[in-house]
Design a protein around this ligand. Structure first.
Ligand code: UFG
Length: 356
């Protein structure tokens, strides 16, 4: 049954792709975003890409109880996907209060407004960073959690809060999704990752090297206990992440209470393998040099993705080549992200795209 889904952080990287996926499957979508780390241009692109408008889009901070309540009063929300949060690990160490305030405080405000409006169905954006420095991979949902930074702790705290709320309120239905490393872009090239400033994450950095915006990639360490010594991650195509959220919404009523699932592919890729795959996809070599390890990095994070497959009969379908191809297409068509120079038409809005 199509439903009205409120998406917090809907203009962000994962949020925008999820909105397109929801619209494509007939759901009505209402976006709430404060645009602190996302562009309002993404909202136009969501509608263009899906070929359908959003039911509503509000410039609202999830900590603003009054404004959030007005959104719930105006729209008959059936379920919520909660992405809105700060997400940079390094930054969280320097700004812990801001991280706890936005990520934990924002979630509490949202939960309380949801309850006031009798909305009790939630998909929560968690992270594989809750597992910390994994002793063994692949990681199942039962693997020990041991977050190593404030960002990861905010995600784990929110999971705990949601468990408590589910214990207290019999009508609550919560799915917490622990994502591994979302990368890639919509195959149209209209939507993608648009980090502000120097990218923290490897994939957008590599893409900016390929397009000539940055000179070379620094590979953070080649002395990890991994096959080629560089860090191994479970990269997952953002379209698979988006699909996973849509499927989650459609499974919210499977059972009461809270369930937690990994969202990954089960395949590990090293930094050097990623560099090679991107070079192949772009047809350009990616200059890189080995430098010291990045403090706080772990050797290997790979999901055991079998629980979600068993629960929803759903798995990811897009491989590393597709992740690189789509990220490269977005980068080429949007060399400056969503921001345009005056007079310049935004790529993806000019009709020159024919892929996907
Ligand atoms: N890396 C480089 N050079 C760079 C950037 C990263 O070599 O310029 C390496 C890292 O050392 C790591 C791998 O590339 O081995 C992936 O690093 P990312 O920064 O892309 O991703 P992380 O795994 O560190 O963290 C990401 C998100 C977090 C999230 C975590 C798990 O940034 O928000 O995945 O969900 F918590």
């Amino acid at each position: 049954m199509p439903e009205t889904v409120l998406v917090t952080g809907g203009a962000g990287f994962i949020g925008s792709h999820t909105c397109v996926e929801l619209l494509a499957h007939g759901h009505e979508v209402v976006v709430v975003d404060n645009h602190v780390n996302s562009s309002p241009h993404a909202l136009d692109r969501i509608a263009k890409t899906a070929g359908r408008p959003l039911a509503g889009a509000f410039h609202v901070d999830v900590r603003d109880r009054k404004a959030l309540a007005e959104v719930f009063a105006r729209h008959p929300v059936d379920s919520v996907i909660h992405f809105a949060a700060h997400k940079a690990v390094g930054e969280s160490v320097g700004h812990p209060v801001e991280y706890y305030d936005t990520n934990v405080g924002g979630t509490c405000t949202l939960l309380s407004v949801m309850h006031e409006h009798r909305v009790h169905r939630l998909v929560f954006s968690s992270s594989c960073s809750v597992y910390g420095d994994a002793q063994t991979v692949p990681l199942t949902e039962q693997s020990p959690v041991a977050p190593t930074n404030p960002y990861a702790r905010t995600k784990l705290m929110c999971e705990r809060i949601l468990e408590d709320v589910c214990t207290h309120l019999a009508e609550m239905r919560v799915l917490a999704l622990r994502y591994f490393n979302p990368v890639g872009a919509h195959p149209s090239g209209r939507l993608g990752e648009d980090p502000q400033g120097v990218p923290n994450n490897v994939m957008p950095y590599v893409a900016q090297v390929a397009v000539g915006r940055r000179q070379k990639l620094s590979v953070f360490g080649n002395d990890y206990p991994t096959p080629d010594g560089t860090g191994v991650r479970d990269y997952i195509h953002v379209m698979d992440v988006a699909e996973g959220h849509r499927v989650a919404v459609e499974h919210l009523d499977d059972r009461p209470g809270m369930q937690t699932f990994n969202l990954g592919t089960g395949t590990g890729t090293s930094v050097l393998q990623l560099v090679a795959a991107f070079g192949e996809a772009s047809g350009r070599p990616i200059p890189h040099q080995i430098v010291d390890r990045r403090p706080g990095d772990v050797a290997e994070l790979v999901a055991d993705a079998s629980a979600v497959a068993a629960a929803w009969d759903w798995t990811t379908t897009r491989d590393l080549a597709a992740m690189c191809r789509d990220a490269w297409r977005f980068q080429q068509l949007n060399p400056h992200g969503y921001s345009r120079r005056p007079g310049e038409a935004a790529a993806g809005e000019t009709g020159e795209l024919s892929c996907g």
